[in-house]
Design a protein around this ligand. Structure first.
Ligand SMILES: [Zn+2]
Length: 776
């Protein structure tokens, strides 16, 4: 087999090249990774810091008899991938494993498909991550090692379809999987490993196997919780113990693969872009990012609630934890992955393309993903190539950059766990998402900031947004206070700080002094469950339970009416409205849809919005306000030296996520601009729904503009892009520059730049899918 011999020789050369000795600037590069490295000071960077473009053909059990390796090598080349993910083992093995219970793919026979593909990739100068899928087995394995499997309270094994779920505290993870990893390294020498379901049984199932029982007892000094009960300390301890075990597994796997395959043979399990999904599977994003050499995101598509912009948000969230120098490739489905799930049908090209572009804008590296090695719908093979080609041509502007934003949106996984509990989608995700949408709509750059990173991560920021962050520890509250003492401003909503880190109610807001108001009247009870229209929380604004037909009244009550009928008991016009109510001059009410409770407001605070209690919607004859005014605050504004604080008890953030009323987005944007005291570093004027991401590199500023305007903006999939523009952009002049030039790296235009103060202004004539502006 001459070809194979050649491949081995080539591979040896590559290995030597990786070691650095053979890398000389100007040497013709044999592969793109070396080329990139030889041209930059990062020549000695490990491979996982240089592999920008990724591909994955998720191999089905049928593929060993139909995998056309030559065709896929051509596809790797066309899409310019620098790393591929190849199925190795776990549930299904794609090589003849020496472990008899390691289930071989049904059509594998004695073939070593994983080994052949790894060799081919290496021969083409492409790195290989071996893909594992280690969480369940067939029945024969269960019968051979019944003590390695998860058990319910009655001792029955947990099943997933016809498979048996392995226990993460068993020797399956401590001994068997490390042996499999070593076997794969010895046979085929992949560059690293990933695993798409490495974290074991999720939060919804407590394992009562002998391993778990003994280990939990040893650690916590108590028995496993009998059921999920967020108020039971044993359950809370079990949650934290379960998180810690996943971190242990992460570290064990890395020790194993590095010991067997060398220091760069990393193991990096896959993670979701959703914090709630991470919480349900005990994958602590912050702890994992502290350990990950590269973040492998299994986050393949948008949903209608969160849009493409959620992928930009994910990139920023991960990089603020991981650092902006590390890479975060993301699996991007090229099959129709929702709504409707069709593994071998092409995703509409515009839909797949925009998901990729939205992620790239947030610092994510593209990774095409096909399921199966053979497709009769061949349209999917044309989607990734142009995106990858564009990425490669503009590589220098897409990595090693730092974001410019002075607004941070605070989040924490403990808040998702212990405040969100079983209703995190409603009480945590929806408020965050409402802010995300409103900030994108207002073209205000922002960064997600972890609640434990406020001192470091928000150091240069002007504003912290706390979207219904119910669970705040005393230490987190102290960090927020320090932020305000340094001159920072706050915009908090709903139940922010009304609970401890365990989700236990506090008697008052932990930040009540900053909010300028206190809880008054009814006691706090545990948050409501997610049922819309239900809920037991008397502080309805903090529960996902709009009481129905309610409003917020803009005060001072009324300016002189120039239009519309007058009514007899109309209060007299007086004063002017606060600037957070700009744009609402022709209305005295905003739709709300939630409920509020009494607050005691300090004399120095302002209340520009008050609550209008519910009244009927039906029949229409009854639809009149029984109580047109109240003294229940809808918004409390206060100033503390240079700091401004807005506390919005009304759940306008969640309402915007659910109902998309432009009034709610405008109110949120107005409040952000007021607390920021007009310091937002970017202004973009022009019609269209666009997502803006601002970065800097030495001597240049970089702006991504992602066009989210489409014939199906909120509903996947889109099939047709709609051109928008023109836009007038004002953004910071790069440091030490006075007359910067602007280049548009999608359209190729070079618009005229005018400089005023530290800001540069120019026009983008039009945008189809996206634009990348480099100002230098
Ligand atoms: Zn167990």
């Amino acid at each position: 087999m001459n070809a194979r011999r050649r491949n081995v020789t080539r591979r040896r050369f590559i290995k030597e090249t990786i070691a650095g000795a053979a890398v000389v600037a100007g040497t013709p590069a044999v592969w793109s990774g070396v080329k990139a490295a030889s041209q930059s000071p990062g020549a000695k960077l490990p491979w996982y810091r240089r592999a920008y473009l990724w591909g994955q053909t998720n191999i089905t059990e049928k593929d060993p008899v139909r995998y056309d390796i030559d065709w896929w090598r051509g596809y790797w080349k066309r899409t310019q991938v620098q790393a591929v993910i190849i199925n190795a083992g776990g549930i299904v093995a794609y090589y003849p494993s020496k472990f008899p219970l390691h289930h071989r793919a049904e059509f594998l026979g004695d073939r070593d498909l994983f080994g052949e593909l790894t060799k081919a990739a290496h021969a083409d100068g492409i790195f290989v991550m071996a893909r594992m899928d280690s969480n369940r087995t067939a029945e024969d394995f269960f019968k051979a090692h019944p003590d390695w499997f998860a058990r319910d309270a009655s001792g029955q094994p947990y099943r997933a379809a016809d498979k048996y779920v392995t226990c993460i505290n068993s020797p399956y993870y401590d001994k068997y999987l490390p042996d499999v990893l070593r076997e794969i390294i010895e046979r085929s020498h992949p560059d690293g490993f990933t695993d798409n379901s490495w974290a074991g049984l999720g939060r919804e199932s407590i394992c009562y196997c002998e391993n778990c029982t003994a280990r939990f007892k040893a650690k916590a000094g108590k028995a496993l919780p009998r059921k999920a009960d967020w108020n039971d300390q044993a359950y809370r301890d079990w949650i934290m113990w379960s998180y810690a075990r996943r971190v242990d597994v992460w570290e064990l796997n890395n020790r194993t693969t590095r010991a067997a395959g060398g220091p760069e043979c990393i193991w990096s399990g896959m993670n979701s872009g959703s914090v709630t999904a991470q919480a349900r599977s005990f994958r602590d994003l912050k702890e994992i990012c502290a350990r990950a050499d590269i973040m492998m995101l299994d986050h393949q598509r948008r949903d209608d609630d969160t849009g493409f912009q959620q992928n930009g948000d994910t990139g920023k969230r991960v990089h603020t934890l991981l650092g902006w120098d590390k890479l975060a490739p993301e699996s991007m489905a090229l099959y129709q992955s929702g709504p409707g799930y069709y593994r071998v049908a092409s995703k509409p090209a515009a839909e797949a393309r925009m998901w990729m572009i939205a992620g790239i804008a947030g610092g994510i590296q593209p990774w095409w993903h096909h399921v199966a090695a053979y497709h009769e719908d061949r349209r999917m093979y044309s989607t990734a190539e142009p995106v990858m080609r564009w990425w490669k041509a503009n590589e220098q502007y897409l990595v090693n950059r730092t974001p410019i934003a002075n607004v941070g949106v605070v989040w924490s996984q403990r808040n998702t766990d212990f405040f969100g509990r079983d209703a995190a989608a409603e009480v945590v995700d929806a408020p965050y998402t409402g802010f995300m949408h409103a900030l994108v709509r207002a073209r205000i750059p922002y960064l997600p900031i972890h609640a434990d990173d406020i001192d470091r991560g928000a150091a240069g920021m002007k504003v912290l947004i706390l979207p219904n962050v119910g669970a705040l520890s005393d230490a987190q509250a102290a960090a927020i206070r320090r932020f305000v003492q340094r001159g920072g401003s706050l915009f908090a909503t709903g139940a922010t700080g009304l609970y401890t880190e365990w989700g236990d109610a506090r008697p008052d807001f932990v930040l009540s002094d900053l909010f300028g108001c206190h809880l008054a009247g009814q006691a706090v009870t545990p948050r409501a469950t997610g049922a819309r229209g239900g809920g037991t929380d008397p502080i309805g604004a903090f529960a996902p339970s709009p009481s129905g037909h309610t409003y917020l009244r803009l005060i001072p009550e009324l300016r002189s009416r120039v239009d519309g009928p007058h009514i007899k008991d109309e209060p007299p016009a007086s004063g002017t409205r606060h600037q957070v109510l700009r744009g609402f001059e022709e209305t005295d009410l905003l739709p709300f849809g939630g409920s509020l409770t009494a607050l005691r407001v300090e004399a120095t605070a302002l209340v520009p919005l008050t609550f209008v209690p519910p009244f009927p919607t039906y029949p229409p004859e009854t639809s009149w306000m029984r109580q047109p005014t109240s003294d229940i605050p809808g918004l409390v504004l206060s100033e503390h030296g240079a700091s401004r604080v807005a506390y919005l008890p009304a759940d306008i953030d969640r309402r915007y996520a659910r109902e998309h009323l432009p009034d709610h987005a405008r109110l949120i944007a107005n409040i952000v601009r007021w607390v920021a005291n007009e310091t937002v570093p970017l202004a973009v004027e022009g019609t269209g729904f666009i997502d803006c991401h601002l970065y800097e590199q030495p001597g240049r500023t970089i702006l991504h503009v992602v066009n989210l305007t489409s014939e199906a903006t909120w509903r996947a999939p889109i099939d047709e892009l709609i051109r928008v523009g023109p836009f007038k952009v004002t953004m910071p002049v790069p440091a030490k520059q006075t007359k910067p030039r602007a280049r548009l790296l999608v359209s190729g235009a070079a618009p005229t730049v005018s400089v005023t103060g530290g800001n540069a202004s120019f026009e983008i004539a039009s945008i189809l899918d996206h634009e990348l502006v480099v100002l230098e």
